[in-house]
Write a protein that binds this ligand. Structure first.
Ligand code: FNR
Length: 182
């Protein structure tokens, strides 16, 4: 079983990113297990905590360590990634020398309720993941525009073009993960 962690960049209730992520999870083939990784409960990281590590950090780091791959689904905040997501990346990257993200193949999905689709967040996240040594799918790029119009009241995406696109994204990611597992 390949364990795929889902990290949602928004900590908002009824987040569009979370709803989008749930649709993406449905598209994985058999043999893949998705686990949503909570980031809202992580206190703001500061290096002092390396001396006396909070349990919540240890639990988070252990959860990420156990993953084979990570999918990030995020909104854009002020042309970058949300602070909660950056904090989670920072927590996982420390203490120095024990980066739990290391080597895990990643997929980046950005969304916005406008046409801009979180391009700034998508590319800022690429920059951080490069430093954390996470190989990231380059193509297809995944920018989901007008996300609120795609999600039904039940949170499901029914637009055939979008579902077909997301399936092609998941297929490419599954191939990518296999290549990195070999
Ligand atoms: C935003 N939003 C936003 N949208 C965008 O396209 N570019 C941006 O730079 C910003 N900046 C921004 C800053 C802050 C602090 C907030 C709260 C929001 C709007 C954002 O795209 C919208 O809230 C998300 O799509 C909501 O996604 P979730 O939180 O429902 O997943």
């Amino acid at each position: 079983m390949t364990k795929v962690g889902i990290v949602v960049g928004s900590i908002r209730n009824n987040s569009f990113s979370e709803a989008l992520a749930k649709n993406i999870v449905e598209l994985f083939p058999e043999g893949y297990e998705a686990e949503f990784i909570e980031i809202a409960n992580l206190p703001l990281y500061n290096q002092d905590s390396d001396e006396n590590i909070p349990e919540v950090y240890t639990n988070f780091r252990n959860k990420v360590k156990a993953l084979d791959a990570v999918v990030f689904v995020t909104p854009e905040h002020n042309r970058s990634i949300p602070a909660a997501l950056k904090n989670a990346l920072d927590v996982g990257s420390r203490p120095y020398g024990s980066n739990v993200w290391d080597g895990k193949p990643a997929l980046i999905v950005s969304q916005s309720p406008s046409n801009l689709s979180g391009f700034g967040a998508n590319h800022h996240l690429r920059q951080v993941l490069a430093f954390l040594n996470m190989p990231v799918v380059q193509q297809p790029e995944v920018y989901i525009a007008n996300v609120h119009e795609l999600l039904g009241e039940d949170g499901k995406i029914t637009n055939e073009d979008t579902v077909g696109f997301l399936q092609s994204v998941v297929d490419a990611y599954v191939d990518f993960v296999k290549r990195h597992q070999a």
